[in-house]
Design a protein around this ligand. Structure first.
Ligand code: BDR
Ligand code: CA
Length: 317
């Protein structure tokens, strides 16, 4: 199994990502960091703790991270998407466990140093904690196996502005630092994650699948309502963050572009856009010097079934 250190702003789809990382045989979940984003960082931490406990993995350390963007500007949340509790207004309301004493950035550095070259960082929220970790430890890119993010949009519009996806738009300066650092970066962007969705059939199977499935079915209700109104015109929800986990541990082998140069726009109307130089893929340009970003171009829409099967099989974990 691939050791994964997951960094998330734990809303509804982040919860599925944690469950997948905790339960999939190809993944070894070594820690979770929480970050502001979908919800405030305290709520994200509470949801992450609840999720690792629910998955039967109370041993996984959960570290609280940044409460807002790198430059100190006020955080902007997405409670309308994920509910006031980040669990589709269907969470238990109970706090379980406590976060570890170190910050999420400190945890990243400590775990990376303890297993040099082994750990894949998987970031599925704003990239603030990763940027802070780079500040604490500039040699971090040499200490990890790589970084996989759910974020950006290589081939399609954004979901916050015309060109910016939420995780990047929330903290473009942090994202720019993560894209600049010389680690192998795999980008699972919005154009891919919008195409793998859970529908009411999946939700019904989850609801019939033990306490874990029932919980996920409950928290998906509000999330599906959001997508019905905002994008799809029917009750269906994106898998977003779980796909990044699946790609990171090799459970899902995606269709990749050749490794390319990529950067994040921090100024002007395109602030938050991820620019990926896909000329090699689409126009036959030769390989690029200094390229280190693997852009996922497609995944398997049927992967939703794999995740549902896993959660149903986990039953009452
Ligand atoms: C991303 O933003 C958040 O709302 C989701 O959890 C996902 O990480 C999608 O743009
Ligand atoms: Ca997220």
């Amino acid at each position: 199994p691939v050791p994964l250190l997951l960094d998330c702003d734990t809303g509804v789809d982040d919860t599925l990502a944690i469950l997948l990382a905790a339960l999939h045989p190809d993944a070894e979940l070594v820690g979770v960091g929480s970050v502001w984003g979908n919800v405030d960082v305290g709520t994200a931490t509470r949801n992450s703790l609840h999720t690792v406990h629910m998955a039967g993995r109370p041993d996984v350390p959960v570290a609280q991270g940044a409460a807002g963007p790198l430059l100190g500007t006020p955080p902007v949340y997405a409670f309308h998407v994920h509910g006031d509790d980040g669990q589709g207004n269907a969470g238990t309301g109970r706090a379980v466990g406590t976060p570890v004493a170190e910050s999420a950035a400190e945890q990243i550095v400590r775990l990376a140093r303890s297993r040099p070259g082994e750990i894949e960082l998987v970031a599925v929220g704003p990239l603030t904690n990763l940027a802070l970790a780079l500040g604490l430890c500039p040699e971090l890119p040499r200490l990890v196996r790589g970084v996989t993010i759910m974020g950006g949009a290589a081939l399609a519009p954004g979901n916050v502005t015309e060109v910016a996806e939420a995780n990047i738009w929330c903290d473009p300066e942090a994202a720019a630092a993560v894209f600049r650092a010389p680690w192998p970066l795999t980008m699972v962007g919005l154009d891919v994650t919008m195409r793998t969705t859970l529908d009411e059939g999946h939700r019904a199977r989850l609801a019939a699948g033990g306490s874990l499935g029932r919980y996920v079915a409950r928290i998906l209700d509000h999330y599906m309502g959001y997508f019905a109104a905002a994008s799809f015109g029917e009750r269906r929800s994106c898998m977003h963050d779980a796909l990044a986990v699946a790609v990171a541990c090799g459970a899902l082998v995606p269709h990749l572009a050749p490794t390319v140069r990529a950067f994040v726009v921090t100024d002007g109307p395109a602030r938050g856009q991820t620019v990926c130089d896909l000329r090699g893929r689409y126009m036959g340009y030769p390989a690029q010097d200094g390229a280190h970003c693997r852009v996922v171009l497609d995944s398997d829409p049927a992967y939703a079934d794999v995740v549902v099967d896993l959660l149903v099989a986990a039953g009452d974990a």
